[in-house]
Ligand binder design. Structure first.
Ligand code: NAP
Length: 302
């Protein structure tokens, strides 16, 4: 039996369209209704044909839904929840895919008091956005973290878990605050560092921009992939997970100062030990199937 029969997806960018494609592929009899605030996106979704219906308003998209998934930037979750509040069926489960969870849970709980809220965060993505960017296998063997509020119905959690498992994800259940701390380390801080490095390199006056691009294979270009991620999405992530990001940034700054000291005072052993430890982390990521073992991220060199 399918966990849900009528799924409404609000916000049809990379994640929304990937959920639609993956649902089509794994639960073909489920009905998918989409809505996006951008009329050009709605027109494109009709052209691409991965939704059964595309609504003109958020409210009309959810009237028959048994699962509603908000796939919009974190900063507009509260607004979208208010837009659907009057039309959300009592027995529907409302979920989202936001990259930070405590603020989204608070916003949804406030606007949709009494609703069956089971937030989720699929830890999968690319640097692309929009309805053309999605694909059915995005969630395969990736983690999806559910952060249900205290008192959520066990049956509701199980249905959302079954849904994500059908899409190919492994599911973990976590407290929203803990999620935000973990993701601050594994996702938000790396994005902040990439944005900084790419920004600094493009501002350097005694090295030309042409040279930065020409010699980017030295490591720079791998940061540019992350730094090409959607500006709206990431602005909202940093502002909504401020506390955890600032805490991690403080730790990072201290560790960076320690490295600075090690270089200044020729502490080669310290540098070597750290780089040996970090290499082992890369190996573990590959062993656990979270990345490919091919050298240079699988780029071909012929
Ligand atoms: P995206 O490709 O930019 O798609 C978001 C879509 O939502 C856009 O089409 C946007 O339209 C639309 N939208 C904005 N405001 C709206 C509103 N008020 N009502 C309805 N639609 C609205 O972004 P995404 O990468 O799919 O990210 C969506 C969510 O997934 C975010 O919360 C993000 O934190 C989370 N997430 C992203 C990733 C990732 O790697 N990208 C991974 C996991 C989770 P406009 O273009 O007109 O603004």
């Amino acid at each position: 039996m399918l966990p849900f029969a009528n799924i409404a997806i609000i916000g049809i960018g990379l994640i929304g369209s990937s959920i639609a494609h993956a649902t089509r592929a794994t639960m073909p009899s489920a009905r998918i209704t989409g809505y996006d605030s951008d009329p050009a996106v709605r027109a494109r979704v009709i052209e691409l044909g991965f939704c059964d219906d595309v609504s003109d308003t958020a409210g009309s998209a959810v009237t028959d839904a048994d699962l509603v998934i908000l796939c919009v930037p974190v900063g507009v979750m509260a607004q979208v929840a208010a837009d659907i509040a009057d039309d959300l069926p009592d027995d529907a489960i409302i979920s989202d895919v936001g990259s930070s969870k405590e603020s989204v849970l608070a916003a949804l709980t406030k606007v949709l008091a009494g609703a069956r809220i089971i937030p989720a965060h699929p830890v999968a993505g690319t640097e692309n956005s929009g309805p053309d960017a999605g694909f059915a296998t995005l969630f395969h063997d990736r983690w999806c973290i559910l952060t249900p509020p205290e008192g959520a119905e066990e049956g509701d959690i199980e249905r959302v878990q079954a849904f994500w498992q059908k899409l190919g994800a492994n599911v973990e259940i976590m407290d929203a605050k803990h999620h935000d701390l973990v993701l601050a380390v594994t996702s938000h801080l790396p994005h902040l560092i990439a944005y900084t490095i790419v920004g600094t390199a493009s501002d350097l006056e005694d090295v030309t921009r042409g040279e930065v691009i020409k010699y980017s294979a030295g490591g720079f270009r791998d940061f540019t992939r992350i730094a090409a991620s959607d500006p709206t999405m990431w602005r909202d992530v940093f502002l909504s997970n401020k506390e955890a990001v600032l805490e991690m940034l403080q730790r990072f700054s201290e560790d960076l100062s320690a490295l600075q000291r090690a270089i200044r005072w020729d502490k080669g052993d310290e540098l070597f030990d750290l780089f040996t430890k970090t290499r082992a982390i890369r190996r573990r990521i590959i062993e656990e199937g979270q990345d490919d073992a091919a050298p240079d991220f699988g780029r071909t060199h012929d």
